[in-house]
Design a protein around this ligand. Structure first.
Ligand code: HEC
Length: 123
């Protein structure tokens, strides 16, 4: 039975429920994986980040920009979406179009990208 509030009262209840569940959804999307996904939360050695910066400037910057913000032929690599991507998927995306990278160099480039993503997210 619909009470004295009728459909209007029901609508209010539904609106309230929707408003209440929105933060819960955000929590599910971000809270369980951390703000940047598993990969972004790993602490990288400073030396790897520095090596990665040099390698990125050499192999990636001409398309993705020196800071990975894109706009020079390639997309931005410092978006929240890419930050949320696990390391394995990020590596795959890189491997998909840049083949001549050793595993250690790929580690370094991922370390640099994670640092850039962390900085951009904190801006
Ligand atoms: C010749 C230009 C070029 C170079 C050099 C290049 N990229 Fe890309 N990259 C692109 C383009 C264009 C795309 C978008 C491809 C697509 O959307 O299918 C892309 C996509 C990506 C993506 C996936 C982005 C997304 O939103 O899914 C990553 C990660 C990436 N590049 C990293 C790198 C890294 C790291 C290097 C250096 C090792 C590099 N790229 C070198 C042009 C380049």
């Amino acid at each position: 039975m619909i009470g004295p509030g009728g459909f209007e009262g029901m609508k209010d209840v539904l609106t309230a429920l929707a408003l209440l569940s929105a933060p819960a959804l955000v929590l599910v999307l971000y809270g369980t994986r951390g703000p940047g996904g598993e990969g972004a939360d790993v602490v990288r050695p400073l030396a790897a980040i520095e090596e990665g910066r040099v390698a990125f400037a050499d192999a990636c910057a001409r398309c993705h920009g020196r800071l990975g913000r894109g706009g020079t032929g390639g997309p931005s690599l410092v978006t929240p979406a890419l930050r949320a991507l696990p390391d394995a998927a990020l590596r795959e995306a890189i491997r998909g179009h840049v083949r001549a990278l050793s595993e250690p160099l790929l580690d370094d480039i991922v370390a640099y990208l994670r640092e850039r993503q962390r900085i951009e997210a904190a801006r």
